[in-house]
Ligand binder design. Structure first.
Ligand SMILES: Cc1ncc(C[n+]2csc(CCOP(=O)(O)OP(=O)(O)O)c2C)c(N)n1
Length: 582
């Protein structure tokens, strides 16, 4: 505990000093006329005269937020994003929606047009300073952030930075938003004296209610056919052993539904894949663990007599306007703590369930063996035609990568075909589904894990949403080589699937080129990375893919150069009709 005193030239510089002191590693910036004091402060830090997070120039705001998202996933520390007033904020909103729905903390700061029209350091100096002012700039993002505030005075900077970061990091975590008028940023020259480390701690995780845990434990112990379904458990890979232990000890199958993380290693005997459908109708106790959508009422039959327990920091997802899944019990608290408490409470239950656990272990093993067989068959299937299928890409990738490689997906991807053994090596898109996340997330993860290979598997549509030119620029400028595998079906397949699910025999179904669904003529995506000195290759034939993957991974891993494989993939209407029913 102690005080640090340093001389600063402005509040902008003080902000940077404090962010660095509080453990923020990076500031992902997209600058404008609101930035002079920030740029001056960063320049001083670059010259070794002050402290600041490492600045990363990101030429699109949505990419900047996705990078902060990925860097948090890699480091566990909140990062900062700095945007240009209302317009930069507008470009960042899609990324913020993704981050908010995945409880990803970050400090998003933006300038606010100068307050004074004249006669102050920092006052208005260009015509946009009138046009960019809003009555309520933060109103644009208020629904997506946990806290917003306008910095009013130089001498509140320490308190404001701490307030922002502690709110962001208190569970459930999430983004916060700070606006900063140019005059306040330019003010504040003199001694900055502050507590280092901070005297303001984020809230610790809440413990689950013991009575609720005991009730859930009694249901689980009495259950013949329990089931755990998760969506975002495993974001913190240190939580996974608690689930692995409970599932293993009591033979409880675990399914990831649209799972964003590795919730169990693939080889874990209780990992029963990614489709809860076949299990939901028989389950007598369903645990929705960090799971916003455990099933889809229109698609799944759920045992009407099943007891349903939701577990999570906010188990009812109170920031979702409508979500009305049955809940016999909803246990608020840190999920790892709840799983550990459940395990202890179950161990105390006295009646002997050994026989039924053993019987369950048998049928789970049989089901798992069936799944393993199907997986093996899918992994060795060769596509009928020239074009790769998505399953084939997954199987080739599975062979080409190692256990420590990090995989990011932004597309409908059969993640079950990847054998992922090391925790924290898989990341999928936010349930908000704001496209344009994958490239930035991969870059952020690479920043936080410089010694790991990072592979992004991205649909052609999503690749374009991801701002590829800025992304490849950032990669080259910051020495962040990563591999992008584009699944190029020359369409927005999801949009086609959605159309066919409602109009299976309609006009769009018989057209090869229904309006607003196809992306032809398909660009030579492999050329975009070349513009930033990267390695690009188009893969027309499935049989060429394994060697192409080897070449691209060599470029990334050995030559330290970013790479893109533009893989042409087949997508037929048979696929679309089948997928529409899922
Ligand atoms: C920002 C944003 N705009 C539009 C959409 C709607 N949308 C969902 S999936 C999709 C198509 C994605 O295309 P691609 O990445 O090529 O994958 P595919 O569906 O072909 O598998 C679109 C446009 C979205 N989710 N997010």
């Amino acid at each position: 505990m102690g005080k640090r005193t340093t001389e600063v030239a402005s509040t902008g510089e003080a902000l940077l000093e404090l962010l660095a002191d509080r453990g923020v590693d990076y500031i992902f910036g997209n600058a404008g006329t609101d930035f002079p004091s920030i740029i001056e402060g960063l320049s001083k830090a670059a010259a070794g005269q002050s402290r600041a997070p490492i600045p990363i120039t990101v030429p699109h705001e949505n990419l900047a937020v996705a990078m902060a998202h990925g860097a948090y996933l890699a480091t566990g520390r909140p990062q900062a994003v700095m945007l240009h007033v209302n317009v930069g904020t507008a470009n960042a909103i899609c990324g913020l929606i993704n981050a908010a729905r995945e409880s990803i903390p970050m400090l998003v700061a933006a300038g606010r047009t100068p307050i004074m029209e004249d006669d102050a350091l920092g006052s208005r100096s260009v015509f946009i300073h009138w046009g960019q002012e809003m009555f309520d700039q933060a109103g644009m993002v208020r629904e997506m952030v946990k806290w917003d505030y306008e910095l009013r005075r130089a001498d509140q900077i320490e308190a404001v930075v701490d307030r922002a970061l502690t709110v962001a990091m208190s569970p459930p975590r999430g983004p916060v938003y700070l606006t900063m008028p140019r005059e306040v940023l330019a003010d504040g020259a003199g001694d900055l004296s502050y507590d280092s480390p901070s005297r303001r701690a984020a809230a610790t995780a809440a413990s689950p209610n013991a009575e609720a845990v005991a009730r859930a434990a009694s249901w689980l112990v009495a259950s013949e056919t329990p089931l755990i379904v998760t969506g975002s458990f495993g974001r913190n890979s240190a939580d996974v052993p608690a689930l692995a232990a409970l599932a293993e000890a009591y033979a409880v199958p675990v399914v990831g539904y649209r799972a964003r993380y590795l919730f169990l290693p693939s080889y874990h005997p209780m990992h029963l894949g990614h489709d809860p459908g076949p299990l939901l109708s028989a389950a007598d106790t369903i645990i929705a663990l960090d799971c916003d959508v455990p099933w889809i009422p229109r698609l799944h039959d759920v045992n009407p007599d099943a007891k349903v327990v939701h577990i999570g920091e906010d188990p009812l997802f109170t920031d979702y306007p409508m979500r009305s899944f049955r809940a016999d019990l909803a246990i608020a608290g840190n999920s790892r703590a709840t799983l550990e408490a459940l395990s202890s409470a179950m161990a105390e239950e006295t009646h002997d369930r050994a026989k039924s656990i053993a019987a369950r272990r048998k049928w789970i093993a049989a089901m798992r063996a069936e799944q393993d067989e199907a997986k093996k068959a899918a992994q060795s299937a060769v596509p009928d035609g020239d074009r790769a299928t998505i399953a084939y890409v997954a199987a080739c990738l599975n062979k080409a990568i190692g256990s420590g490689d990090t995989v990011v997906t932004e597309t409908a991807f059969p993640v079950g075909l990847l054998d992922r053994t090391e925790l924290g090596t898989y990341f999928g898109t936010s349930p908000a589904g704001g496209l344009g996340w994958g490239l930035g997330a991969a870059l952020g993860l690479k920043l936080g894990r410089p010694d790991r290979r990072v592979i992004a598997v991205i649909g052609d549509g999503s690749y374009m949403f991801g701002n590829p030119t800025p992304a490849h620029f950032v990669s080259a400028a910051n020495d962040l080589p990563f591999l992008t595998v584009i699944l190029n079906n020359a369409m927005w397949g999801a949009v086609r699937r959605a159309t066919l699910s409602i109009y299976p025999e309609g006009s769009a179904a018989v057209s090869n080129r229904a309006p607003l669904t196809y992306l032809e003529p398909a660009p030579a995506y492999e050329k975009i990375v070349e513009a930033s000195g990267g390695y690009g290759e188009k893969v027309e034939r499935a049989s060429d893919l394994p060697a192409a993957l080897e070449r691209a991974l060599h470029e990334v891993g050995v030559n330290g150069r970013q790479a893109v494989l533009n893989v042409m993939t087949a997508y037929s209407d048979t696929d679309a009709k089948r997928d529409a029913k899922r």
